[in-house]
Write a protein that binds this ligand. Structure first.
Ligand code: SF4
Length: 156
């Protein structure tokens, strides 16, 4: 039997207006193959920078972590993050060594799926262009996205 999870876990693909949101990575790579550069221990990005992005949505530039909000998220099912589970099921591993991620101690994906989530995490962006690829497949909840959905990886 699985042990109960803490109730203060962090969403590692959050929206910037969620509770206690902070930048945890910078989006790099290409539109077809995004690659997150994680902020190392102690590194911070001034949140006011996100107001200077003009036409870009902050999630096009950054990955945010924030308090996981189960009741507001279409990915939360049966007490767990179904997105983390689908990421591990459907996406390939992209790194061998776990990224130097500053939220691992509180990350919901890591708490639920362990290192396999971290080895796939760098390819995940928060606002996904709609197209037929593995990330779209992984980001689609079984019951679809509801109008009340506000958190975590979604479609642009
Ligand atoms: S899944 Fe791993 S690498 Fe990704 S945010 Fe969580 S702890 Fe960090």
């Amino acid at each position: 039997m699985m042990s109960p999870l803490r109730n203060d876990l962090l969403c590692p693909s959050a929206q910037p207006d969620m509770n206690e949101a902070r930048v945890m990575g910078v989006v790099g790579g290409t539109p077809e193959a995004p690659e997150i550069a994680y902020l190392g221990p102690g590194a911070e990005i001034d949140p006011s920078l996100t107001n200077q992005l003009k036409e870009l949505h902050p999630t096009q530039v950054f990955r945010f972590a924030a308090q996981c909000e189960p009741s507001r998220c279409a990915h939360f099912e049966e007490g767990r993050c179904s997105l983390a589970n689908r990421i591990v099921q459907y996406l390939p591993e992209v790194v061998d060594v776990l990224p130097p991620c500053q939220i691992r101690h509180g990350c919901r994906w890591y708490a639920e799926e362990g290192a396999p989530a971290c080895r796939r995490c760098p390819q995940v962006i928060t606002m996904i262009p709609k197209r037929a690829d593995a990330l779209n497949h992984a980001a689609t909840p079984p019951r679809g996205l509801t109008p009340s959905h506000t958190g975590s990886t979604s479609f642009s």
